[in-house]
Design a protein around this ligand. Structure first.
Ligand code: ADP
Ligand code: MG
Length: 234
């Protein structure tokens, strides 16, 4: 897929520019709740990575986020931290849906949510292909706060599992959006977008910005802020 370079913009999207935050920034300068900071410390996170420090304050302030940064830059916690913080403030089941291109990544994301959210008792459910549908339906019956899944299996449960809906969803995350689209999940994603509330927040994270990602972004984010981290430093 064609990669849109960072110079090729004026795309009309707000960008993080002239940030006053540097590598000495601490978690509590980002407006994070003490219990979430404690969870980060327990995981051995000493300070936020660049994508985390530039996106978390905007996410906590209620913005939709486009996060562009290469693999290994800490994108999972960049979206998990603001979601957990807002869950802590107003707990409810089926609070967030995280879409992942692969099973393995879905389990990793769920583990990261459980580690960061252990202190607040977060419950996660993983819905991925190749695994028992009835067992997943039982997980859904326990009303998890966070659903992590691949688009096909999430849509399967929305269509077939009695009582499961996402009508009160507060957050949608599309992780590895470039891979979600190169793996042909566009149709399922569009179906999911039709059955979740419009007044949710949406975070789109990707290693690259392609024209397909830009199209998905236009269809699903409202007045987002773009946070792009140079591949050489984070
Ligand atoms: P990405 O999604 O950008 O590829 P991950 O979210 O998978 O990156 O994070 C890569 C690794 O960095 C993980 O092992 C994660 O636990 C670790 N990590 C994330 N944030 C921090 C941090 N602030 N300090 C130290 N390690 C971190
Ligand atoms: Mg990732």
């Amino acid at each position: 897929d064609d990669v849109i370079s960072s110079d090729e913009e004026d795309d009309g999207i707000d960008k993080v520019e002239n940030s006053k935050l540097d590598e000495n920034t601490t978690f509590d300068q980002l407006g994070m709740h003490p219990q979430i900071i404690e969870a980060c410390v327990r995981m051995g996170f000493k300070k936020p990575t660049e994508i985390q420090r530039e996106s978390i304050p905007h996410a906590i302030a209620g913005r939709d986020i486009i996060g562009l940064a290469q693999t290994g830059s800490g994108k999972t916690a960049a979206f998990a931290i603001p979601i957990l913080q807002q869950l802590l403030q107003s707990p409810q089941p089926l609070f967030a849906l995280i879409l992942s291109p692969t099973r393995e990544l879905a389990f990793q994301i769920s583990q990261q949510f459980e580690a960061l959210g252990a202190v607040i008792g977060v419950k996660c459910g993983v819905l991925v292909g190749g695994m028992d549908v009835m067992q997943q339906a039982m997980v859904l019956a326990r009303k998890p706060h966070i659903i992590v899944g691949t688009p096909g299996r999430v849509m399967y449960h929305l269509e077939n599992t009695k009582g499961f809906h996402l009508k009160a969803l507060k957050f949608l995350v599309m992780d590895e959006a470039d891979r979600l689209l190169s793996m042909d999940f566009e149709e399922e994603i569009n179906k999911i977008l039709k059955v979740i509330p419009k007044n949710r927040n949406t975070y789109l994270f990707s290693a690259t910005m392609t024209s397909k990602v830009a199209k998905l972004q236009k269809a699903s984010l409202v007045n987002p802020i773009k946070v792009q981290v140079a591949s050489t430093k984070y």
